[in-house]
Design a protein around this ligand. Structure first.
Ligand code: MLT
Ligand code: MN
Ligand code: ZN
Length: 307
């Protein structure tokens, strides 16, 4: 059985975002029960209830672990049910939590060659003692077992596949085509326990036919829910960038995620990586209702799914 816990449902910045005074963030700060705060982008997954992998390591990881008893030490003086992490890109919301995982704990960190090279180029990540923490490179489209640092089996298999997206925000080269993005900068993940599987795709700029076919008939997809509309940040006066410029698909509209999934027969569809500007964060918004009517759930911190 696969067990999935949403550690952080929000996109980079979280909800509320520290410097944002938009209507959504104000409601979240006020303690409004229909605008619950959400931490930054990560889930945890296990097949045996003993070995857990983080899918992305968020800047809020310390808080997320503190709020999740099954991820806390269970035996001995130093131990953790968290045996590793798998990264979907090198954005701050997905890698900064690696720094929280220091303290000489044996771990295995899986990422594409591209993302591993970004980590290697940043010596701060050497706080993850190279003698204790294995960095493993995932080939695209090749399922492999997720193993502990010592090679122990966890019952989990991972497959990474390229999705439309871009290089991490902090690595963008304004003079290069597509900001210097290359294959492997952004991937989706399929995690399996041998019987069933979940797709985790927190960043995705479009759904080309091959990707749609990959997801067809899936039992569960956790998908990029950054914005409701492509020009949401602009309309709210929060920024200049469209969702697509940021490497994300909007939920609504003819080119949006809801429409793109319409005929894919995915049994359970859950939006994740939700930006603080997105009205679906509000339990009482018409957009939340529209998403629900279209068969979509909105992830929340602490949400647990068993497959
Ligand atoms: C994104 O998903 O677009 C990034 O997380 C942006 C960021 O790093 O803030
Ligand atoms: Mn992000
Ligand atoms: Zn805001």
């Amino acid at each position: 059985m696969l067990r999935i816990i949403v550690l952080g449902a929000a996109a980079g910045g979280g909800f509320p975002q520290w410097n944002c005074n938009c209507a959504n963030c104000r409601r979240a700060r006020s303690g409004d029960a229909a605008a619950l705060p959400q931490t930054q982008s990560s889930i945890a997954v296990t097949a045996d209830d003993r070995h857990w992998f983080l899918l992305n390591a968020s800047p809020d990881l310390r808080q997320q672990l503190a709020g999740t008893p099954c991820l806390q030490p269970q035996y001995g003086l130093r131990s953790s049910p968290v045996v590793g992490a798998v990264l979907t890109n090198a954005d701050v919301d997905h890698v900064a939590g690696l720094l929280t995982l220091r303290e000489a704990q044996p771990l295995a960190v899986y990422a594409t060659g591209r993302v591993q090279s970004v980590l290697r180029a940043n010596p701060i990540f050497n706080v993850l003692d190279p003698d204790k923490v294995a960095r493993r490179t995932m080939d695209l489209d090749r399922p492999e077992p997720l193993l502990t640092r010592g090679g122990g089996v966890t019952g989990l298999t991972i497959e990474a596949f390229a999705v439309p997206g871009k290089i991490a925000l902090w690595l963008e080269d304004p003079t290069a085509a597509d900001f210097g993005s290359t294959a492997g900068d952004t991937v989706g993940l399929r995690v399996s326990d041998g019987t069933t599987s979940v797709f985790y795709i927190p960043g995705c700029a479009a759904l080309p036919p091959a990707l749609a076919e990959r997801l067809r008939n899936a039992a569960l997809v956790l998908f990029d829910g950054t914005t409701w509309s492509d020009d949401e940040m602009q309309c709210l006066g929060l920024g200049d960038k469209t969702a697509s410029r940021m490497g994300h698909m909007a939920m609504s509209g003819p080119d949006g995620t809801i429409a793109a999934f319409d005929s894919l027969n995915v049994r359970r569809r859950v939006f994740i990586h939700i930006n603080n500007s997105n009205p679906v964060l509000l339990a009482d918004s018409p957009q939340r209702r529209a998403a629900a009517v279209a068969g979509w759930e909105v992830a929340q911190d602490g949400m647990e799914i068993r497959l």
